[in-house]
Write a protein that binds this ligand. Structure first.
Ligand code: T1G
Length: 692
């Protein structure tokens, strides 16, 4: 059982001890119940304190238990809380650091709460497609009021305890030593007359509840088709009813949400994000290299954005350029970005100056030689990379990590330009690098384990979601997006138009469809990749429509025209008659009789192109697990969070069905592009999923 029991001067202290965040798994719930039984049976015990060992009071129900019989196994969290609330002896919660989800609900079931000011408080279940399922929607409104509780529950946001100092959520606030304070508080109330206060006995007051709740329903109605936010509103609304009725309504809604695909996907994404930082063959206790000083080579869009990622985390950066005007332009862009953020009120002027003060700009390699990490973000050309890495090999101190921001080039080939390939790694940021969460960490065949461990720890510090990729063309994300874009082009040949393809996949949940996306990134970039591919892999063909577009100078937003037309100062994408006529004409040239293509087929062909390539990537060991592929698409390519990523989505559809659909498309136009990946077939035959 993962809870300890100790009696100190008449006060029983039950300490949750289930690292890393005292998740309220079955063993912990058993431990609390055992402690409560001992305390209630012991006449020498006059009061009870519940505390958390280590870094948290409790991070809530144990998410790893969800979807298993243990999640609802008695004693359920509900039973534990009911036992606490019914105790004739006062129970005092000692909240420090983190009290979230079921952890906060456990505290709400106690008679009193002693809290450290800085404790992080949240009911974040909505982020998992759920709602607080152990009384939070009923007790929190009684503790802090209907509106404050609804805002906390629907937003899932974290606040600190000092925001609730004046409410029934907090009976006593301390700076630290919360357990001692709670024990003292417990002794004081142990002999207070009458029954001990229970939040369930309070009434929720609101002068115009119906109007307020009507407004709340309206504001969450458009939550991207997600059921949880509205269910949260309804459950909180039930707190205006008798307590037991409200509890029944909360329970029913919780069990319903637990069974939705949205929640399964969001819980998967939560665990996948944390699993991505674990590299199977890199021990968790691998010593990290020092990382105090960072240098970035190249002050262009990527270099500037990368530098900002470090400055935002308070890490000093030396930015190196070869030409003075490029360097000045780069520094000015960084300042301008911070100033515009400050104008939006998201940064103070002091913070802008503090970050700029961490930036040092130079034209001399000499100024970066003692950096612990140098990231080159120079022109995407192997010749240029070779010159840079040869220079770095000469001047950088021993043990410095040499990273390339390359998005397509072979990291092993780059490492071979140096005499220290073990110190070379890829750090593929996504533009804009100071905004996008995804960082592909590309491990070369010689990259040292401590280099990987150091870069993964650094990624967390600069708030990136790092996913390790092996060396291949396009690593994980871009290799998959190439198949996705290929299918998008073939769909145009057969009968679809850009706006139909984009609309279909955006209805599926993507932030942006393939044609709007490439218009923003630049059609000439895709054109260059197709030209390179035509030389390297002639059999790897594409629709010619993309080339026709570029030959007409339609490079995208930057050219004022691409797949769509654009108006100056307006980022709206307007369907282009000229492009649509070109597409129809091209089908005629191919001798294809255009057909009506359903949105369902569009979505399947785009998404299964990702899934199938993702399966090959996992099978080749380029990604160590399918959930890493999901994290790349959730954090870097606008895949809908509530579908959990392409591999998770395929699991939800059923790999048997995915394989069948792929085989159907293999019999169609450009069917040679479809061949069911062996891993996908193997799992389908075994009735399993990628993320089992
Ligand atoms: N269950 C199991 N493991 C958890 C966990 C949880 N609730 N929360 C965190 N972990 C693990 C995480 O996987 C990682 O593991 C490690 O802890 C550190 O996490 C009935 C149904 C608590 C603020 O949604 O927000 O209660 O990778 O890297 O940045 O109504 O974790 O080390 O093996 O995030 O310091 C509701 C989710 C659950 C809180 C700590 N609770 N957790 O942040 O560390 S549902 C949540 C967080 C529920 C009830 C309902 C954060 C944190 P590993 P970390 P961190």
């Amino acid at each position: 059982m993962t809870a300890h029991y100790q009696v100190r001067d008449g006060v029983a202290v039950i300490t949750l001890d289930n690292p890393p965040v005292n998740g309220l798994g079955h063993a912990t719930r058993l431990g609390i119940m055992a402690g409560m039984t001992r305390a209630l049976d012991d006449d020498s015990v006059t009061a009870i304190v519940i505390a958390g060992a280590g870094a948290a009071f409790s991070g809530g129900a144990d998410i790893r238990e969800f979807g298993t019989p243990m999640a609802l196994q008695e004693p359920s969290l509900q039973t534990v809380i009911d036992t606490i609330e019914a105790s004739p002896k006062p129970v005092v919660a000692a909240l420090h650091s983190v009290a979230m989800g079921g952890g906060l609900e456990l505290a709400l079931g106690c008679h009193y709460r002693v809290v450290t000011k800085s404790a992080r408080i949240a009911l974040p279940e909505v982020n998992l497609g759920l709602l607080p399922g152990a009384g939070g929607t009923q007790r929190l409104p009684r503790a802090i009021g209907l509106e404050a509780a609804l805002n906390l529950i629907v937003s899932g946001k974290t606040t600190t305890a000092d925001a609730f100092g004046h409410t029934r959520l907090v009976d006593h606030m301390v700076e630290d030593n919360v357990v001692d304070a709670a024990e003292k508080y417990a002794r004081n109330v142990a002999h207070s007359p009458g029954v001990h206060p229970r939040l369930r006995d309070l009434e929720v007051q609101h002068e115009s509840a119906d109007a307020y709740l009507g407004y709340a329903r309206m504001t969450v109605a458009g939550a991207a088709g997600l059921p949880a936010p509205l269910k949260c509103v309804e459950a909180v609304a039930a707190s205006l009813k008798p307590f037991d009725q409200g509890m029944r309504e909360e329970r029913e809604a919780f069990l319903h949400l637990m069974a939705t695909p949205h929640s399964r996907a969001l819980r998967h994404a939560f665990l996948a994000e944390r699993a991505a930082s674990k590299i199977p063959d890199v021990p968790a206790d691998t010593p990290l290299r020092t990382l105090a000083k960072v240098a970035v080579i190249g002050a262009g869009t990527m270099g500037g954005g990368i530098a900002m990622s470090f400055l935002n985390a308070g890490i000093p950066v030396t930015l190196l350029e070869t030409k003075a005007e490029a360097l000045e332009r780069g520094v000015a862009t960084i300042r301008r970005n911070y100033e515009s953020t400050a104008k939006k009120g998201k940064l103070s002027q002091e913070q802008v100056e503090a970050r700029m003060s961490l930036l040092c700009a130079t034209l001399s390699y000499d100024d970066i030689k003692d950096a612990d990490l140098v990231i080159e973000a120079v022109f995407e050309d192997m010749g240029v990379k070779k010159a840079v890495f040869r220079q770095l090999d000469e001047i950088m101190k021993p043990g410095a990590i040499l990273a390339s921001n390359t998005s397509t080039l072979d990291v092993d080939a780059i490492a071979a330009f140096t005499k220290r390939p073990q110190d070379v790694v890829g750090m593929h940021f996504f533009s804009p690098a100071n905004v996008m969460k995804l960082l592909e960490v590309v491990r070369g065949k010689h990259t040292a384990l401590d280099v990987l461990a150091t870069v993964m720890a650094l990624a967390k510090k600069i708030r990136k979601i790092a996913v390790v990729s092996g060396v291949c063309d396009g690593f994980i994300g871009n290799r998959m997006i190439e198949q996705y874009s290929r299918q998008a082009g073939f769909l145009l040949d057969e009968g679809a138009l850009p706006e139909q393809v984009d609309r279909a996949i955006e209805r599926f949940g993507f932030a942006m469809g393939p044609f709007r996306m490439i218009d923003m990134a630049g059609n000439d970039i895709a054109w260059a990749i197709r030209k390179r591919r035509a030389v390297e892999q002639p059999s790897f063909n594409y629709s010619k429509t993309g080339d026709l577009l570029c030959e007409a100078g339609r490079f995208g937003q930057k050219a004022g025209k691409g797949w769509y037309d654009y108006k100056p100062g307006d980022r709206m994408a307007y369907p282009s008659q000229q492009v649509n006529d070109m597409i129809v004409e091209h089908s005629k040239d191919l001798g294809i009789e255009r057909r009506r293509i359903s949105d369902a087929e569009i979505v399947e062909r785009l998404v299964y192109a990702l899934v199938n390539e993702g399966a090959l990537i996992v099978e080749e060991g380029i990604a160590s697990k399918a959930s890493d592929v999901d994290m790349v698409y959730l954090s870097g390519y606008g895949f809908p969070q509530w579908r959990g990523g392409p591999m998770r989505h395929a699991d939800e559809v059923g790999l048997y069905n995915v394989a069948q659909s792929i085989r159907r498309y293999a019999r169609g136009y450009q069917g040679h592009a479809w061949e069911v990946a062996p891993l996908l077939q193997k799992l389908a035959d075994a009735g399993r999923g990628f993320n089992d």
